[in-house]
Ligand binder design. Structure first.
Ligand code: HEM
Length: 280
C-alpha cells in the first residue's frame, strides 16, 4: 500500500516527468526546411495554377472535351460580375474568395486573392522560379532526411509495428477524448500520418510534378502512363496539395492540444518532457 506522501511524490513525478532527447538535429533541421519550402511551394503553386484555374481528368484539355473536374472563374450576370467555382458540374458563387477577389479597394477577376499567392500580384514567371527553387530544396531535404534516418535508425520510429496497429483503436479513443500521453516514441496515429506524408504524399507530389515537365517525360515517358496523362497528373498534384494542407491543420491542432511548449521545444531543441520517468 502506498502512503499519502508516496502518492503525492508519485503524482509530482508523473507531472514533472523526465526530459529526454527525442528529436535528432537532422530531424529538426529537415522538418523546418520542409515547412519553409512547402509554404512557398503552396503559394507559388497557386500563382502558377492561376494561369489556368481548371483541372481535368484524362489526356486532353480544352473546349472540345467534357472532362473538367474543377473550374474557377467569373461570370457576368445582369451586368454584374460574380466569382464562380464549378466542382464536378456543381456551380457555386465564390465572389470575394475565388474567381472575383478583392484587390486594393476594387474587385479583380482572378482565381485567388493576393494573400494566397506568391507574388501577390499576377506574375507567372516569378511564381515558377519560386516554385521550382523550393521544389529542389524539398527534394534535397528529403534525401538528406532519408540518408540520415537510415544511418541513425530514426526510420524505425516512423514505421508502425504489428503491436502498434493493435493499439490503434485505443489511440483513436485517446485522441477523441483529447488525451495525449507524452511518451518517448510517436503514437501509432503519428507514425501513420508522418509516414503517409514522407513516403506517400511527398513522393507522389514530386513525381506528378515531374510528369508535368515536357523535358522530363521526354526522357521518362512511363510517368505519363503511371499517372494517366499530364492533365490527370496535374489534378493529382492539386489533390495531394489539399491533403497536405489538411495534414498541416490537424498537425498544428495536435501540437496545440498536446502542449505546445513541450512539443515546440522538442522540434526546436530536441528535448521533450515525458509523463513518467520510466516510460521512454
Ligand atoms: C508543412 C508543414 C509541416 C509538415 C509537412 C510537417 C511534417 C512533420 C513530420 C513528417 C514530422 C515527423 C518528422 C520525423 O520524425 O522525422 C513532424 C513532427 C513534428 N512537427 Fe511538423 N510539420 C509541419 C509543420 C509544423 C509546424 C508549423 C509545427 C509547429 C508549430 C510543427 C511541429 C511538429 C512537432 C512538435 C513535431 C514532433 C512531434 C512529436 O515529437 O511528437 N510542424 N512534422
Amino acid at each position: 500500500m502506498t502512503t499519502e506522501t508516496e502518492h503525492v511524490e508519485a503524482e509530482a513525478g508523473r507531472k514533472a516527468g523526465s526530459l529526454i532527447y527525442r528529436q535528432k538535429l537532422t530531424t529538426r533541421l529537415t522538418h523546418w526546411l520542409w515547412v519553409i519550402s512547402l509554404f512557398f511551394m503552396l503559394l507559388s503553386g497557386l500563382q502558377i495554377f492561376m494561369a489556368r484555374p481548371d483541372l481535368y481528368i484524362g489526356q486532353q484539355s480544352g473546349f472540345g472535351f467534357d472532362n473538367t473536374v474543377l473550374s474557377i472563374g467569373s461570370v457576368r450576370i445582369e451586368g454584374e460580375w460574380q466569382g464562380r467555382t464549378t466542382l464536378f458540374g456543381e456551380s457555386f458563387d465564390t465572389t470575394g474568395w475565388l474567381g472575383l477577389v478583392p484587390q486594393g479597394d476594387q474587385m479583380a477577376r482572378k482565381a485567388f486573392p493576393g494573400w494566397m499567392t506568391v507574388p501577390g500580384n499576377r506574375d507567372l514567371a516569378t511564381g515558377r522560379v519560386v516554385h521550382f527553387f523550393f521544389a529542389w530544396v524539398l527534394v534535397a531535404t528529403l534525401l538528406v532526411w532519408l540518408v540520415a534516418s537510415l544511418a541513425n535508425r530514426h526510420l524505425r520510429d516512423l514505421i508502425p509495428t504489428l503491436s502498434d496497429l493493435k493499439r490503434l483503436p485505443g489511440d483513436v479513443a485517446d485522441h477523441l477524448r483529447l488525451r495525449f500521453p507524452h511518451h518517448g516514441r510517436y503514437n501509432v496515429l503519428q507514425k501513420l500520418s508522418y509516414a503517409g506524408v514522407l513516403f506517400v504524399a511527398l513522393p507522389v507530389m514530386i513525381l506528378t510534378g515531374l510528369t508535368m515537365s515536357p523535358g522530363v517525360v521526354a526522357e521518362a515517358p512511363f510517368l505519363l502512363d503511371l499517372f494517366g496523362g499530364r492533365q490527370t497528373a496535374r489534378t493529382i498534384h492539386f489533390v495531394v496539395m489539399l491533403a497536405l494542407v489538411l495534414f498541416f491543420i490537424v498537425h498544428l491542432a495536435m501540437v496545440l492540444l498536446a502542449g505546445p511548449l513541450n512539443e515546440l521545444r522538442s522540434i526546436i531543441t530536441g528535448w521533450y518532457r515525458t509523463d513518467t520517468e520510466s516510460r521512454t
